[in-house]
Design a protein around this ligand. Structure first.
Ligand SMILES: [Zn+2]
Length: 443
């Protein structure tokens, strides 16, 4: 399978690290000169740009957190005047000020290149017809992949999000070969094919480039089987750049290759902030190496993963990050017990007749924490034998109890009623935090 930029993607690591160091020093110099927010932070630590002499010196630099971006809303952390910014994106900002990212012409050029690498790694070539089913708007997903696909020379269909039936119609008519979107949405489409008895042979799909939400291997297998495609995972974060950060290669699907020539990644202990060695799990921290408009230093992503520096059999030497299943702020403590979305997902994915679309509501009643797991089930199960429905509900409760160490309420709901197809949708809604606790929900 072709590699989009073999010179960089297969570069010996010693050369890559030299390139990273030069770019890190340039970035640190630039923010020292142009971003008062960073200048103040550096001065407080007695730090000067010339103190960064090796990649290890990265740990001398302060972290940047989401709150910093919100405080600097909208443009305080930009390193260039607005007249040099040619594109502005932002997070949805449903629970607080959005975080805003700006791009210069050069930034857009780099972003296109990195998105092209991720698409190529997932199998896309100029011969593909690619359907982008992310919403076009302030979020980065749709535009990022759109530009990357055009860079490759694929034929882009900017269909945006919408009813699965409409997407399938376009897929058939336009002979789509690659689907870009969230895994949840791809699964929704695959299920719609079955419901509407659309033959798989009426589609030309080969590739699924899916991301922006955690999805377990069992869901990957289901999407691949139902749609007859090769589905790869990719990672994006709008505060850093959007899609193009990292993606799996279709050959191996074992870790996401990080575009390390533009992004320097570390794993830190989420509690102490201490840097952890390769192979250990912790919070992903990213430093941009080439961004002109909105460079960001040691950004705490909140995503939990690990890094591998082993060369991949696909030929790429770029480090790989493990797939992200949990975020530091997704792990909630209920009655003294830690609970994460991936634990719940593992149980749900192994249940017959139950869809991997779910939401968890954590609340407090009479001083006691409560957990309700809402899960979509097939229409056949909901309208069929009541005893079967009840036994499914009981079995699910028992299995969740065994996995979590607490007893949840289980509510079975009709398919396609939980709104879980959005990028970065919230699986665990913690109502204890919003009522009086003063903490905000995560976007
Ligand atoms: Zn690989």
């Amino acid at each position: 399978m072709p590699i989009w930029n073999p010179r960089i993607e297969t570069m010996p690591r010693v050369d890559l690290e030299q390139l990273q160091l030069e770019r890190l020093q340039a970035t640190v110099n630039r923010i020292w000169e142009s971003v008062p927010f960073y200048r103040r932070r550096f001065e407080k630590l007695g730090l000067m740009p010339e103190h960064i002499r090796s990649l290890d010196d990265l740990r001398l630099l302060p972290f940047t957190v989401k709150e910093d971006l919100r405080t600097g809303y909208p443009y305080d952390l930009f390193a260039v005047p607005l007249r040099e910014v040619v594109r502005i994106h932002a997070s949805s900002g449903t629970t607080g000020p959005p975080t805003v990212g700006g791009y210069t012409k050069n930034d857009l050029r780099h972003w296109r290149e990195l998105a092209a690498r991720v698409l190529s790694a997932g199998g896309v070539t100029k011969d593909d017809v690619i359907q982008i089913s992310f919403s076009y708007g302030l979020l980065t997903d749709a535009f990022g992949f759109h530009q990357g696909a055009e860079e490759i020379g694929a034929s882009v269909i900017p269909v945006s999000a919408g009813a699965p039936e409409q997407q399938i119609g376009i897929m058939q008519d336009f002979r789509t070969t690659a689907l870009v979107g969230t895994p949840s949405y791809a699964l929704r489409m695959a299920e719609t094919l079955g419901d509407k008895a659309v033959p798989r042979s009426s589609l030309h799909l080969r590739w699924g480039i899916l991301g922006s939400a955690p999805w377990p291997e069992s869901v990957r297998k289901r999407i691949e089987d139902l749609l007859g495609i090769c589905a790869t995972d990719n990672y994006s974060i709008s505060e850093v750049m959007g899609p193009g950060v990292s993606g799996e290669c279709a050959e191996q699907k074992s870790g996401l290759h990080i575009n390390e020539d533009h992004l320097l990644c570390e794993i830190v202990d989420p509690g102490s902030g201490e840097v952890l060695p390769a192979g250990e799990s912790g919070e992903l921290v990213i430093t941009t190496l080439t961004k002109e408009a909105f460079p960001i230093i040691r950004y705490r992503t909140g995503d939990l993963t690990s890094l591998s520096l082993e060369p991949c059999p696909c030929g790429r030497t770029l480090a790989r990050m493990a797939r992200v299943f949990n975020r530091t702020d997704d792990i909630v403590i209920v009655g003294g017990v830690k609970m994460s979305p991936s634990q719940i997902e593992d149980v749900i994915c192994q249940m017959e007749g139950v869809e991997p679309h779910y939401r968890v509501i954590v609340d407090r009643a009479g001083g006691v924490d409560t957990v309700e797991v809402q899960v979509e089930v097939s229409a056949a199960l909901l309208t069929g034998d009541v005893r079967h429905l009840l036994s499914t509900q009981n079995l699910l409760r028992e299995r969740l109890e065994a996995a979590l160490g607490l007893t949840p309420e289980v509510k079975l709901v009709e398919a396609a009623t939980l709104d879980t197809d959005e990028p970065r949708c919230k699986r665990i809604v913690d109502r204890r935090r919003t009522e009086g606790g003063g903490l905000q929900e995560r976007e």
